[in-house]
Write a protein that binds this ligand. Structure first.
Ligand code: NAD
Length: 396
């Protein structure tokens, strides 16, 4: 057993990203996996004291029933990501993690996510009671596994945006937990439960999570840390690499259209226009930040069940060069969504643990390169964001 034990509580533990991260971590712990796709395995991060893969213990929260093993097997059956034989080898490890998966909450998640919930979830809880229950789950995990540090990671379905303006101080936000019309969604209740108890929190989704300023205050009060939001894994990663090129060559972008098609359960949830709104905003806004002006942009996300976890993004960029001559760049990105996302989740947890050992609290802006909408900064250029991570790694 590794000396340090670090817990990961995955909110949305039976989804595509979570199950791929769980299986990937199990394979890493067994020494069976190449390190491709893992940023934290790159040379600048090898000697900085990141925790070993063996240090991690996984738990989670969910709203769908069914053994974890079945949800992992679904990856193999439907999307042909991982061989069934390999999954069978880790049956015992997956069953052990399954015993740590607790019922979550569907408070203010909207009808599309609520319709997925077939687990026996507690009824009629106030937001404060939900937070207390989640907090008790976290404490039990920490206690039974003797954890030195717990990182709660939101990889649950994307919630619709919150319409109401939220309080900016923790005192006012805290009062909302007793308000019968509390507008806070589940993702923010999980974040409050985690940060209020001094655990770290990461939001891999575009849901509100710990975005409200009041939660940063809560994190600092409790000497803990958080960051998000919305993992940058594919089409938006390409945008953050290519847009700086247009800016630096003074090529004026006239329009940038991104079409995304995929068929996993995330796609099914994003097919609801309310849930889709949060994702589109997160995929669209960085172009204007990077270029310094706003060309015409359009992002579409279409759900095609037959494509499963295999996403295709086709981007059409129309730009104007010397003498005003118009030209075009097009790219097609074809990737497996969970395979792109899962290693980033594992990297994020490793970096977060080092931030804890360095005594850092509040927003972890050095993690910006991992997110489409990084909290608290407007630096969206991928190269600059990577430099921020490398500088942080060297203690600069
Ligand atoms: P998924 O639909 O496969 O999994 C989501 C899981 O969350 C499901 O098991 C669902 O039952 C569970 N869930 C939903 N609401 C919950 C709640 N309130 N409490 C607990 N569990 C809940 O989706 P996915 O492909 O795994 O993606 C997960 C999240 O990560 C999505 O929000 C997605 O937008 C985001 N994300 C994914 C990628 C990627 O490349 N895959 C990139 C960036 C962001």
């Amino acid at each position: 057993m590794a000396e340090t034990r670090i817990g990961i509580d995955l909110i949305g533990a039976k989804g595509g990203v979570a199950t791929t991260a769980i299986l990937g971590l199990t394979l890493l712990q067994d020494g069976l996996m190449p390190r491709n796709g893992l940023v934290s395995e790159l040379p600048p991060f090898r000697e900085i004291g990141l925790p070993d893969w063996e240090s991690f213990v996984v738990a989670g929260h969910e709203i769908r029933r069914g053994p974890l093993l079945e949800h992992v097997q679904w990856l193999s059956a439907k999307d042909h990501i991982i061989s069934r034989d390999l999954i069978e080898q880790f049956r015992d490890e997956l069953d052990a993690i399954d015993r740590h998966i607790r019922p979550g909450t569907i408070f203010n998640v909207g009808p599309t996510i609520a319709s997925l919930a077939d687990m026996d979830l507690p009824h009629d809880e106030t937001p404060r009671q939900i937070v207390e229950r989640l907090r008790a789950d976290f404490e039990q995990f920490v206690h039974t596994e003797q954890l030195e540090h717990l990182v709660v990671v939101n990889v649950a379905s994307t919630e619709p945006p919150v319409a109401d303006a939220l309080p900016t101080t923790w005192a006012d936000m805290d009062r909302l937990l007793d308000d019968p019309h509390c507008p806070l969604p589940a993702s923010t209740l999980y974040a409050i439960a985690a940060l209020g108890a001094g655990h770290s929190y990461l939001n891999f989704t575009p849901s509100p999570g710990s975005a409200p300023a009041a939660l940063d205050e809560l994190a600092r009060q409790n000497n803990t840390r958080h960051y998000g939001c919305d993992g940058k894994t594919g089409e938006t990663l390409m945008k953050s690499v290519l847009a700086p090129m247009f800016a630096r060559r003074n090529l004026r972008v006239l329009s940038w259209v991104g079409n995304n098609i995929f068929g996993n359960m995330d796609g099914r949830v994003l097919d609801d226009p309310a849930n889709k709104q949060a994702k589109i905003a997160s995929k669209d806004h960085l172009i204007g930040y990077i270029l310094g002006y706003r060309p015409k942009t359009l992002v579409s996300i279409e759900y095609l069940p037959d494509l499963g976890d295999w996403k295709t993004a086709w981007d059409h960029i129309h730009f104007s060069g010397f003498l005003g001559v118009p030209m075009t760049l097009q790219f097609i990105w074809q990737g497996c969504d969970s395979i792109l996302a899962a290693p980033l989740v594992l990297d994020l947890v490793r970096f977060t643990d080092l931030a804890r050992r360095r005594g850092e609290t509040g927003l972890m802006t050095f993690l910006a390169s991992f997110f489409k909408s990084p909290y608290g900064i407007s630096e969206h250029r991928f190269d600059q964001q990577c430099r921020m991570l490398e500088d942080w790694a060297q203690g600069k």
